[in-house]
Design a binder for this molecule. Structure first.
Ligand SMILES: Nc1nc2c(c(=O)[nH]1)N[C@@H](CN(C=O)c1ccc(C(=O)N[C@@H](CCC(=O)O)C(=O)O)cc1)CN2
Length: 279
């Protein structure tokens, strides 16, 4: 078995449609991305966001701040962009340096401009089933599953990982699609017994090749959110792709799976915010 879901291909298609939509808008969507420090992976992701925004016709501004930036300085920059009507989306790249309180920073972003969906108000809306801005990685995964014709209603979905960015919001989005959801994590006992029940297995545990073929029920749909670098510098997922694709009916690769969709959903939410201001 084994059939790759290309997030890259779907992302390219969606971005083309977005570019056409933006060119017809009277308000140019604006996105500001704030990055603090020199984290190499974060620098790459931010560059990719800038390139994608440019391709679509979104006005993007990158605020690159030094590692030594104080929490107060970061908060006052966010307050400035909260007031700036040119920007419909504000994103603070994570992780932040240790001396900055991440929750305080996320709380400072205007919830209506929180295109990352991390503000507690948007998290609460997701939890209570109200429309709101969504975390981009789980939102992108739902889009990929829908585009691939994967039925979620009534299916057993297992999420491996309980982060605020992926695992927890993924659980709520799958529930919204009427899946039956189990969330597992690093302290789960008998993990393999649980993952082998999954019709849909979402893996976001942050450990390279943690999930092997024998964790997977034959015919399951497997989504790999992992992004790990080997000692040789190779990018690998949380799932051992080569063996897993023999068992899965559909599987996302790393790279080229979930990652490009994360950036695409960020652009989608920025455009959708700008559309509210469009005549
Ligand atoms: N404020 C946020 N911070 C972080 C988020 C987020 O959604 N919001 N998610 C991750 C990083 N991330 C986006 O910011 C992200 C990671 C990876 C990719 C991606 O396209 N990856 C490529 C491979 C890239 C490479 O070669 O290294 C792929 O999978 O094909 C996009 C976005 C943590 N921080």
């Amino acid at each position: 078995m084994g059939n790759k879901i290309s997030g890259r291909k779907l992302a390219d298609e969606m971005q083309l449609e977005m570019a056409a939509e933006v060119s017809a808008m009277t308000v140019k969507p604006g996105l500001v991305v704030i990055i603090v420090g020199e984290n190499k992976a974060s620098q790459t992701y931010v560059r990719n966001k800038e390139r994608t925004a440019e391709k679509i016709g979104i006005n993007s501004k990158i605020e690159r701040l030094p590692e030594t930036t104080t929490e107060e300085d970061l908060l006052s920059l966010i307050a400035q962009y909260n007031q700036d009507e040119q920007f419909h989306g504000i994103l603070v790249q994570l992780p932040l340096p240790e001396h900055i309180d991440e929750q305080r920073v996320l709380l400072a972003i205007d919830p209506d401009k929180d295109v990352d969906g991390f503000h507690p108000l948007n998290v609460g809306k997701l939890l209570t089933g109200q429309p709101g801005l969504l975390p981009c990685t789980p939102y992108g995964i739902i889009k990929m599953l829908q585009a691939s014709g994967v039925e979620m209603a009534g299916k057993q979905a297992v999420v491996v990982g309980r982060s605020n960015i992926v695992g927890k919001p993924m659980m709520h989005l799958l529930l919204r699609e009427d899946a039956t959801v189990t969330v597992t994590h690093s302290k789960t006992v008998n993990l393999k017994e649980i993952t082998r029940q999954a019709d849909i297995l979402i893996v976001a545990i942050g450990r390279g090749h943690f999930i092997k073929a024998d964790h997977i029920k034959p015919g399951a749909v497997v989504v790999d959110v992992g992004m790990n670098h080997t000692a040789e510098g190779k990018l690998i997922g949380d799932v051992e792709f080569e063996t897993a694709q023999e068992v899965a009916s559909l599987i996302t690769p790393v790279p080229g799976g979930v990652g490009p969709m994360t950036i695409t959903m960020l652009m989608e939410q920025t455009i959708s915010n700008a559309r509210k201001k469009d005549k």
